[in-house]
Design a protein around this ligand. Structure first.
Ligand SMILES: [Zn+2]
Length: 505
């Protein structure tokens, strides 16, 4: 036989397409042609595949070799095609036809020695394979745990090309001991809210944010505990359901951030890029392989930007698309990828550029202009989406000795409150309080009349803006759910107002 076809998956973002890898060994001058829009890494596969075959004791056909990847128009990237190319070549070199390759997806990169290396994005690739009707896949051993997350897909884990050659000829799968289980995310390492002393208002803001999905801004001097607080927000969010967990794991898989031992990410992620992060690091990008950025890695979880005013305006501006649409589209050289990115944004800022403006402001050396300029970096479209703002003061000695409620206790309350909201929104297209459209806030979702009157008065006296009016009502719904009030009361409205911006509008 001189022609064989193996199946592989090409990933663009989270979207995978089945690729036919055809190998033809023909008569003619010895040579190697690779057809079908390969990128540079893929074009180099010839040398890797040849060395791997020879070092595995196989013979490189001294004939005219043509490899064709189809559909031809689809861009194909990376080195994950190596194993499929080698398999197709092996099958094509056999005297008797072998049809073992027709119903299996083959993924893996080869070393020159003939070992099979792990690849990024195994989970999304195999999800696509399953969707396309495949029920069997050959994957690198290191990716096997992650591959097993896909239901009803037979996984054959291999570590060398030699094992693959034996399987092609005899159908015999290698045996690798791979722990069957996936370990649930260990609770012991989880951060707990009880470790934060004092900070009652900030703790409450975190809880309200967790209930209604409200974005949050914390202002306070360095060392006041803003990062500690933010890092504990995921611990009071409900664990991800299986669908959400797979989605998050698939995104992390593309970025190579999945643990081989316990791949499934079941807790809401917490992602905290440094303030010097580039736009690409935040929203995603990269060269040939489009990778998700911090915004997408924080999908279904929390994106924390410490010292947010230090970030460049262009980078902060890039947050607009995910905040508006819950997803990010990235286009690169003929391909475009869409990544989900619905996260709770937590911003932290110092009260002024020097960070020492507390209490009377005696230690601060900043001019009023520079303070305004500093905080104004956050103004406009970004701040429009922040429902909650709290000041986080330095914790005094009394505060440090106060032990707050544990995350478990708060999380139970958050889940009860979310249940109430879910029932209320069952016939609407949004599911959380932070997403109630403005036009509903004066009728179907208005607070009790005393509360509405309070806000209307504040609006008339120009104490709050129209935008703030909406945001306060949304937050008041989360407070009402927390207290199990049917609709927001005047007290809920007052509490929501106290968690609103004061330093700047
Ligand atoms: Zn200062």
């Amino acid at each position: 036989m001189s022609l064989a076809i193996a199946k592989c998956i090409s990933l663009i973002g989270l979207n995978g397409s089945v690729i036919d890898v055809e190998a033809d060994i023909g008569i003619g001058l010895p040579g190697y042609t690779l057809l079908g829009l390969p990128d540079a890494a893929l074009s180099e596969s010839r040398d890797r595949v040849r060395a791997a075959l020879i070092n595995s004791g196989e013979i490189w056909p001294n004939k005219r070799v043509t490899i064709s990847l189809s559909p031809a128009w689809l861009p194909k990237r990376g080195s994950g095609f190596d194993l499929a190319i080698a398999a197709a070549l092996l099958a094509a070199s056999e005297v008797e036809p072998i049809d073992r390759l027709s119903n299996v997806i083959i993924l893996g990169e080869l070393t020159l020695e003939g070992k099979i290396k792990g690849i990024l994005g195994i989970l999304p690739a195999l999800m696509a394979a399953k969707k396309a009707g495949f029920d069997k896949a050959i994957v690198p051993v290191v990716n096997a745990q992650e591959a097993r997350l896909v239901n009803d897909l037979e996984i054959i884990a291999m570590s060398t090309l030699k094992e693959c050659a034996i399987w092609i000829r005899t159908g015999e799968s290698p045996t690798h001991s791979i722990a069957e289980s996936y370990v649930e995310n260990k609770d012991s390492e989880e951060l707990d809210l009880s470790e934060v002393g004092g900070q009652l208002q900030a703790r409450k803001a975190l809880e309200i944010s967790a209930i209604g999905g409200h974005h949050l801004l914390m202002i306070g001097p360095p060392g006041a505990g803003k990062t500690m607080l933010a890092a504990r927000l995921p611990s009071i969010l409900p664990a991800l359901d299986r669908e959400g967990a797979l989605e998050v794991t698939a995104l992390h898989s593309l970025a190579g951030k999945v643990s081989n031992d316990s791949p499934l990410i079941t807790q809401p992620p917490f992602v905290a890029p440094h303030h010097s992060a580039t736009r690409a690091a935040l929203v995603g990008g990269g060269g040939v392989n489009i990778k998700p950025g911090a915004c997408s890695l924080a999908h279904n979880g929390v994106l924390f930007l410490d010292e947010a005013p230090e970030m460049s305006s262009g980078v902060l501006d890039a947050l607009r698309q995910p905040l508006e649409s819950g997803s990010i589209t990235i286009s690169r050289s003929g391909a475009s990828a869409n990544f989900p990115s619905r996260f709770t944004l937590v911003l932290a800022a110092n009260p002024c550029p020097c960070g020492r403006f507390t209490g009377t402001g005696r230690n601060c050396s900043c001019t009023p202009q520079s303070v305004r300029r500093y905080l104004n970096k956050l103004s406009g479209p970004l701040l429009d989406r922040i429902d909650l703002q709290v000041e986080v003061g330095a914790t005094g000695r009394a505060g440090l000795s106060q032990i707050g409620e544990s995350s478990q206790v708060v999380r139970a309350r958050v889940m009860d409150a979310r249940k109430i909201a879910a029932t209320r929104f069952s016939s609407y297209y949004w599911k959380s309080n932070s997403l109630i459209p403005a036009k509903y806030l004066r009728n179907e979702f208005a607070p009790e009349s005393a509360g509405l009157l309070f806000l209307n008065r504040a609006l008339d006296r120009e104490l709050i803006t129209a935008r703030a009016f909406h945001r306060i009502i949304r937050v008041s719904w989360s407070i009402a759910d927390m207290h199990q009030h049917l609709i927001p009361t005047l007290l809920d409205i007052e509490e929501a107002t106290s968690l609103h911006e004061r330093s700047f509008v």
